[in-house]
Design a binder for this molecule. Structure first.
Ligand SMILES: [Zn+2]
Length: 111
């Protein structure tokens, strides 16, 4: 299925991204999760090598500085001017259910 982004916006004081899909379904993605899953070649290679280290090095309060989107992609700029791009299909596959979000919260914020 091809996923089309109707709207993307930043919520919760920049800590959460909301996507409204063309079919009316909404998905939420925590900013820190997006930062950790940046798909650019730099971050991707780093995280494959030292994933744990990367998470420890991340600021859990990281926020999204700038968010733009088109039908197929979102573009995020971080406070350190790093840019991330996420494909709509990639995001849709990783859409957080309540259960998945609770698990993520536990892993990230309650070590
Ligand atoms: Zn990156």
């Amino acid at each position: 299925m091809r996923c089309i982004i109707q709207r993307a916006e930043v919520l919760d004081g920049a800590h959460l991204m909301q996507i409204l899909w063309h079919d009316g379904i909404e998905s939420f993605y925590p900013a820190i999760w997006l930062r950790d899953n940046c798909q650019c070649s730099n971050c991707y290679l780093d995280s494959a090598k030292a994933r744990k280290l990367l998470i420890e090095g991340l600021d859990v309060n990281i926020g999204i500085k700038e968010l733009t989107f088109d039908r197929k992609k979102v573009y995020i700029t971080w406070p350190d001017e790093h840019c991330s791009e996420f494909e709509a299909d990639w995001l849709k596959k990783r859409c957080f259910s309540q259960q998945a979000r609770a698990k993520l919260q536990r892993e990230l914020f309650l070590p």
